[in-house]
Design a binder for this molecule. Structure first.
Ligand SMILES: C[S@@+](CC[C@H](N)C(=O)[O-])C[C@H]1O[C@@H](n2cnc3c(N)ncnc32)[C@H](O)[C@@H]1O
Length: 158
């Protein structure tokens, strides 16, 4: 993806991908409300975005999750999540991703700590049990190498 914030940057040319986030928001909130166990919502809650690019969609993706988790917590405990939960967001992408633009353009007023996680998500990039919810928007269809079945007729692509 083209870094920076210029006219050809991913930052300025990702409204199509953003539309998917908007379309999925309600379903995602419903799933969190119905399936996320309250026991998992403790004082520290980690969200990971795999294939975050340099923004701005990743901020929408993680905020949608945080809003849904806070909403569930508020409804089921009657308590204020801002007083009880600290969120941490793990932003993952290739080492060549423009993490500088990403971190410089984080939204003001966000209620989460941030960390960059460099490397391909087809490899292990985080230790076990290091995040509660992971999101991947418009990134999983990228293959890091040509599947063997495509280059060798003897192999099944499945
Ligand atoms: C089309 S962009 C989507 C970015 C963002 N998720 C969004 O919704 O706008 C795809 C991103 O996935 C990243 N990506 C693709 N394959 C990846 C991999 N194997 N590991 C980590 N990031 C990957 C690319 O570098 C790129 O930044």
């Amino acid at each position: 993806m083209v870094g920076g914030e210029g006219p050809e940057s991913y930052n300025q040319n990702s409204s199509y991908q953003r539309a998917l986030l908007e379309a999925a928001k309600e379903k995602m909130s419903e799933a969190i409300s119905a399936k996320l166990s309250l026991d998992l919502i403790s004082d520290r809650f980690n969200v990971a975005d795999f294939g975050c690019a340099s923004g701005p969609n990743t901020f929408v993706a993680v905020q949608n999750i945080i809003d849904a988790v806070e909403d569930k917590y508020r409804k089921e405990t009657g308590q204020n999540p801002a007083e009880n939960i600290e969120f941490q967001v793990l932003f993952n992408d290739f080492t060549t991703n423009d993490f500088n633009t990403l971190f410089q353009s984080r939204p003001a007023g966000r209620r989460y700590y941030s960390a960059g996680v460099p490397g391909s998500f087809f490899e292990r990039v985080l230790p076990k049990e290091s995040f509660h919810i992971g999101v991947i928007n418009y990134a999983f269809h990228f293959t890091s190498k040509i599947p063997k079945g495509i280059t060798d007729r003897r192999d099944s692509p499945l």
